[in-house]
Design a protein around this ligand. Structure first.
Ligand code: ATP
Ligand code: MG
Length: 156
């Protein structure tokens, strides 16, 4: 496990990070988006999905009621918002099968408990005033090296 801290000065910075990670992502990648209400998890997911879809105006609703929303992009994306997930819900019944060759974007990943995949890029967003956020990015070194844009990382 390695970790880096990035400063995201405004929403554009969050969206730019999402697009860079999207460009380097592969089928099977799991990206866990943590942080409090309004931290920017859905903002990140929307920019990521629009980048993979190559459609900057694609409608990306928050799946807070359906819990899981899939996109027939190439590769396919599974976007989940597990805020409302109760107890020991069957993830596969929900449509969340980490064995699939999709890219997974998971908001409120703490709800996964022991079902959280070990091979994942974890992005914890935190508030710092009006528009500034920090992203604590952690995961296996190989995943960080592949997915994090070098220009956004200062030092190691
Ligand atoms: N640096 C930033 N990164 C992301 N969003 C920002 C930033 N600065 C301001 N914002 C604003 O913060 C809000 C983030 O909302 P968003 O829905 O992405 O949060 P969320 O983490 O998904 O919350 P929830 O847990 O309620 O789903 C948006 O209104 C966005 O415009
Ligand atoms: Mg959200």
């Amino acid at each position: 496990m390695e970790q880096r801290v990035l400063t995201l000065a405004d929403q554009d910075a969050t969206e730019s990070l999402a697009r860079s990670i999207a460009a380097a992502s592969r089928p099977g990648d799991v990206i866990l988006l943590a942080g409090p209400l309004g931290a920017g998890k859905s903002c990140f997911a929307r920019a990521f999905i629009r980048a993979i879809a190559a459609d900057p105006t694609l409608d990306v609703p928050s799946p807070s009621f359906t819990l899981v929303q899939t996109y027939p992009t190439n590769p396919p994306i599974t976007h989940a918002d597990l805020w409302r997930l109760q107890g020991d819900t069957d993830l596969i019944e929900l449509g969340l099968d980490f064995a699939e060759r999709a890219i997974f974007l998971i908001e409120w990943p703490d709800r996964l408990g022991a079902a959280a995949p070990a091979m994942a890029l974890s992005i914890a967003l935190a508030w710092h005033g009006a528009d500034e956020r920090t992203a604590l990015v952690s995961g296996p070194a190989l995943m960080l090296d592949r997915l994090l844009p070098k220009r956004m990382v200062s030092g190691r």
